[in-house]
Design a protein around this ligand. Structure first.
Ligand code: FES
Length: 124
């Protein structure tokens, strides 16, 4: 659809974050696509202040990770852990074909990996 094409052709927040507080990187076994999400997190409020992605993969994976970085900015870690999953990415994109749902799952897994990374770092 138009939203997916827009995020594929004009991805938001692409790249890395200098001095990222957390990084999550995951791969999809089925297709071999790889996704990395970098976060800046305000440690006082546990809020995502900035997010970037790098995706080596299909157009839907690029659109999903672009949309994911837009959706998570300004939200707290607790909120994302409880209330965020790939359905929100799919909804915000206006839907994905069934064979492309796993591309959105990859984006939510990359976010979860980044949140785990942050917890590991801050618990040390
Ligand atoms: Fe695997 Fe899109 S085809 S992430």
């Amino acid at each position: 659809n138009d939203t997916v094409m827009d995020h594929f052709m004009n991805p938001r927040n692409m790249g890395d974050l200098k001095d990222a507080d957390a990084i999550g990187e995951v791969g999809a076994a089925a297709c071999g696509d790889i996704m990395k999400i970098s976060l800046k997190i305000d440690e006082k409020t546990n809020t995502i202040t900035d997010a970037r992605f790098k995706t080596f993969g299909c157009g839907s994976a690029i659109a999903a990770s672009s949309m994911a970085t837009e959706l998570i900015k300004g939200r707290t870690i607790e909120d994302l852990e409880k209330n965020f999953d790939n359905d929100q990415i799919v909804d915000a994109l206006g839907g994905l074909p069934p064979v492309k749902i796993h591309c959105s799952v990859l984006a939510s897994e990359a976010l979860n990996a980044a949140l785990e990374d942050y917890k590991k770092k801050t618990n040390e």
